[in-house]
Design a protein around this ligand. Sequence first.
Ligand code: 4NP
Length: 151
Amino acid sequence: MKILMVCLGNICRSPLAEEVMRSKIEKYGLNAEVDSCGLGGWHVGEPPDDRAQRTALKHGLNISHQKCRKITLNDFDDFDVIYAMDNEIFRNLSQIAIPARKPQEKIKLFMNELYPNENRPVPDPYSGGMSQFEEVWKMIDAGCEGIAKRM
Ligand code: 4NP
């Protein structure tokens, strides 16, 4: 099972989701791989945002090795499930997949594995402070736990 976590910049939410999911894969011994990317190319090649790095470290995960990349059409073939962090990301992923005839049923709203009938986007913390990153961490940790338990 190949899992792709997608946010806007690939420096805040999806790098956290990538590493948290990797830790759950290890914790539960799952046969899965995980990667992350962004819709935008503003930070390509950069490590995650310093606030995301500090939040991860606080919870025992190091994300400093990650490098920002932008989504490609091949990602829709290479991954089995593509998790969008919020509704705008979900819509944008569909808008990329549909005209390119890529399988849009692979695209899911991240928090829907934990709360199937609710709309709970992971909010963009980029213009927020450390408390926003902590909130995002909590959602992502719970969301990844939900994904792992369904696997
Ligand atoms: P992310 O946050 O989507 O969680 O990585 C953002 C990071 C960068 C930007 C926007 C959101 N940006 O506009 O550069």
